[in-house]
Design a protein around this ligand. Structure first.
Ligand code: NCD
Length: 354
């Protein structure tokens, strides 16, 4: 098997494990690979490498962009293991299943509903090294983190602000409790200088203290408009919206719901959701500083209207952000496959760096 990991990191489990310099490097490599992420630009950087997706939770964007990323790099992708059931059908433990997949792949991309799952899988693989040198990439561990989404997010922000990640204010709006993309974004963005974070949680779904960055402030959602009006017009603003993670609320509150049948349960959840409806509009964007970008990791609920989501408004970037997942994941896979030199070789090969 190929070299193990990148710059002393074997797995990519949390953005907190990468230094500012490492994140910047990953983003530089993303820029090098971005021109190849379009149609018909297949590379051979990862020829002979195998990626195995293991998804214990549903996914559309993340799974597909990992598959596309490895294929664009010239590597192979084995058919994904998709199981949202918590126990394996034949009674095999999840750890044994992951160990089995490790025997035939170089990289495992794993998503799981439990926060401690990635560490559990990684430590099992490392014990006695039954892992064949395989690396794990975290594609979402329950309500905790989604580190590769943070790479796409920072790549989007950096492009928007002319290559800069310092001096940015981040508004975090929505479900800050269960929104794992918010947690990873905070852990990554706070490595840069002059960053501030302001939270507008909905439905009491505030940011857990373990993710609280220095100087973090949280406001009632009803103060959102006033907050925008009072902002210094020179502010470089990222307005990061998330949906309410209904499925996680349902899991957390399940003891209260246990006696209900599925229909009744769905109705109560719909009521909870209804109570916490919120939407960012074009007027909010018009009232925001000139240097504002609206991001959303998707999928969206009603928090962005159809009209705004598909509009060419220069401050609206969720679709670009989604597209940026491909080059960001290409860079990550290539680096964790020991291909840094091969990626460097492609600097400036197609078009100008953006
Ligand atoms: C997010 C996730 O899975 O955490 N989706 C994604 O991968 N872009 C966000 C969400 O589910 O709300």
């Amino acid at each position: 098997m190929a070299q193990v990991g990148w710059r002393g990191h074997r797995h990519f489990l949390s953005v907190a494990d990468s230094s500012r310099e490492e994140l910047e490097s990953m983003l530089d490599f993303t820029v090098i690979l971005e021109p190849y992420s379009g149609e018909g630009n297949k590379l051979s950087i990862c020829r002979g490498s195998i990626l195995q997706p293991i998804f214990f939770e549903p996914s559309s964007r993340t799974l597909k962009s990992f598959e596309a990323a490895m294929k664009t790099l010239g590597g192979d992708v084995l058919s994904p293991h998709l199981s949202i059931a918590s126990s394996m059908e034949k009674g095999e433990s999840e750890e044994d299943t992951v160990t089995a997949y490790a025997q035939n792949a170089d990289i495992l991309v794993i998503r799981h509903k439990e926060a401690d799952s990635m560490k559990r899988f990684a430590s099992r693989l490392e014990r006695g090294d039954q892992s064949n040198g395989v690396r794990i990439i975290n594609a979402g561990n329950g309500p905790d983190e989604h580190p590769t989404q943070a790479l796409s997010d920072l790549h989007t922000v950096r492009k928007y602000f002319g290559g800069e990640l310092d001096g940015i204010t981040y508004i975090l709006l929505g479900d800050l409790k269960y929104g794992r993309t918010v947690h990873s974004l905070i852990l990554a963005a706070q490595k840069f200088d002059g960053i501030s974070f302001v939270g507008f949680p909905v439905g009491g779904l505030g940011l857990p203290t373990i993710y609280e960055p220095h100087g973090y402030k949280e406001y009632d959602i009803r103060e959102f408009e006033r907050f925008l009006k009072d902002l210094d017009p020179q502010t470089r603003l990222v307005n990061y919206l998330t949906r309410v993670q209904r499925e996680r609320i349902a899991q957390e509150r399940s003891p209260d719901f246990d006696y209900l049948d599925d229909r009744e349960r769905a109705r109560i959840l719909a009521d909870i959701y209804q109570e916490i409806k919120y939407q960012v509009t074009g007027e909010h964007l018009d009232a925001s500083p000139r240097d504002t970008v609206l991001l959303h990791p998707l999928p969206r609920g009603s928090e962005i209207s159809d009209e705004l989501f598909y509009s060419p408004h220069p401050k609206v970037a969720p679709i670009k952000q989604m597209r940026n997942g491909l080059p960001a994941r290409m860079a990550l896979i290539a680096l964790y496959s020991g291909k840094e030199e091969e990626v460097r070789f492609h600097r400036g090969q197609i078009g100008a760096l953006q």
